[in-house]
Design a protein around this ligand. Sequence first.
Ligand SMILES: O=C(O)c1ccccc1N[C@@H]1O[C@H](COP(=O)(O)O)[C@@H](O)[C@H]1O
Length: 213
Amino acid sequence: MTTKIKICGLTTPDTLDVALEGGADFVGAVVFPKSPRHLEPEAAAALFERARGRAKIVAVTVDPDDALLQQIARTLRPDFIQLHGSETPGRAERVRALTGAGVIKALPIRQADDFAAADAWSDEADHLMFDAKPPEGSALPGGVGHSFDWTLLAGRAFRHPWFLAGGLNPDNVAEALRITGTPMVDVSSGVESTPGVKDAGRIAAFIQNARRS
Ligand SMILES: O=C(O)c1ccccc1N[C@@H]1O[C@H](COP(=O)(O)O)[C@@H](O)[C@H]1O
């Protein structure tokens, strides 16, 4: 089966177009003011309209309150809300009701027992995303280019197609696919020249290398 690809934290028309022309399946807008990739919902809506119907639009959020979810639903109208904070499974139903979007839940992984949280989400999330636990003191829960030990995924099965995230880049995505057999990959800082600045060549190379694997 073809690997599904999500390019996250896009902030410019040029780099969004490279992702779309390369055939990205998901494109992500980060709505989190502490992130160097942050876009206000209205700005994200204006930028991502060109992606509608071409790739699934994902709003990446961290513990969003109801008002923010409603604002995102009204403006950006994403296909998915990515929950990248300490949301509980009980929150998913409310997220769906407020936004009409599907739910991607990111779970931070450092060691084998971190996968225990996946069980409680298996009925609640459309897709789980296994991302590396960020280093101590990091201001961001994701988007920091940190990876976890991919062999921790060996022999695990999940109810829905899931994403591998954290520290992926054009040079390691083939190996990540070989080791984990993940059906979906997600990348942000690994296709940037500096934090928050996407690099068109790296986006194209990432997609090409993921597809070739
Ligand atoms: O990208 C961000 O700034 C961000 C902010 C807050 C929550 C999540 C964020 N990014 C997500 O983290 C993954 C992994 O990032 P990376 O590839 O290791 O840089 C990214 O794809 C986003 O889904």
